[in-house]
Design a binder for this molecule. Sequence first.
Ligand code: 5GP
Ligand code: MN
Length: 352
Amino acid sequence: MKDINSGTICTFERMTGEAESICIVTHMKPDGDAIGSSVAMYHFLKKQGKKPRIILNDPYPSYLSFLVTEDMSDDIMTYDGKPLEACEAIKGSDLIICLDFNAFHRTDNLEVPLAEATGKKILIDHHLNPSRELFDLSFSETEISSASELLYQILIRTSQTGNDACRLGMECARALMTGMTTDTNNFANSVFPSTLHMASDLLAAGTDRDYILNRLYNQYGENRLRLMGHMMKDLMKITPDGVAYIVLDRQTMEEYGTEEGDTEGFVNMPLSIADVRMSILAKEDEDRVRISIRSKRGTSANMCARRFFNGGGHENAAGGRLHVPGDVKDMAEAGAYIERVTHIFLNDEKSC
Ligand code: 5GP
Ligand code: MN
């Protein structure tokens, strides 16, 4: 990670200090890093005496509910439940803090209010190719584990925290540790020296990591493990190019009572096979197929997502979508599409 310039920290402190109304926005279908960084930002601002609100496009998955304490319920709003209020909150704020996404369209329905909002905007993100021109202040760093770690690096340098993680407060520290833990797949990917320093400092400050791990990884229903077995045994295909892919349709998800977040982490599993260099999970959604891509070093999930799946992300972890009908005629065509485009991608020297 490049060192964060102290001038930008001052600007961050000035902008948050001056703002009367602040909203926090993150990407659609929020994951642990999106909710972790948003909740941490919320608590930091509350400590400053502010009244921030978190505006989401979709509800957060239940495995993250431990981060959203009851006293926050009036300050967190979902487009799904209150579309008009969510848009008005964004447009009416004089400061909008955007976490864990690199372009407005990653917020789905919040894209238009974000583009129309006249309030100042701050970006804190770790994805490739950020739209910096849309923001008054950007913290964009790709050599870092997560948006939560980047936020930690900012908050720890503020005068409010004074390089003492204890002064972040327990809720803020716990949310930051959660976001970093989920985005690194529990320290398996994207771990930098700064990531371990952060973890060490947060542990020393009293963050209860056992509690976090228990909430994140030991609270699923039996159905999730049964679904995983079915996916790995019956649905996973491996192409001669070394691409493992799984197409998961809605009927199967209904059969197993699958909820949002239940398939978290499954896309990583096929990478444990020696001959697999890239893994793709295609999940049926309303008018699209949601795509998750993971790759081993030397193969770019980001390039593949950008070129063939209307998406992007990080070098070895990316996502996107296929429009139905559009990119594919129907769901049944998704497997053939994945086989065709990954063959082109992996055999085109320049692309990966
Ligand atoms: P996941 O597979 O967990 O949904 O996403 C993997 C990573 O790629 C995450 O960091 C996520 O934010 C990012 N990502 C997913 N979809 C997109 C997309 O459409 N565009 C961009 N730029 N990043 C994405
Ligand atoms: Mn992230």
